[in-house]
Design a protein around this ligand. Structure first.
Ligand SMILES: [Zn+2]
Length: 60
């Protein structure tokens, strides 16, 4: 019997907060990150929400 403790990489989507563990379990961040979130399919899953120039609120 072995009792081990390990930390693995998991990803969390910035859009839907879904988190998942990559197919290949690793302890280091791989170079090739997933392209989309497996749940919401957003390609911006790893891009934090920020106010961009495009979403500028119109002045009152
Ligand atoms: Zn998502």
């Amino acid at each position: 019997m072995t009792i081990g403790r390990m930390e693995v990489i998991y990803y969390q989507c910035e859009r839907c907060e879904h988190w998942w563990i990559p197919r290949e379990v690793t302890m280091e961040v791989p170079d090739d990150l997933p392209k989309v979130c497996p749940k919401c399919k957003s390609p911006y899953w790893n891009t934090p929400r920020r106010e961009t120039k495009a979403s500028k609120k119109p002045p009152k």
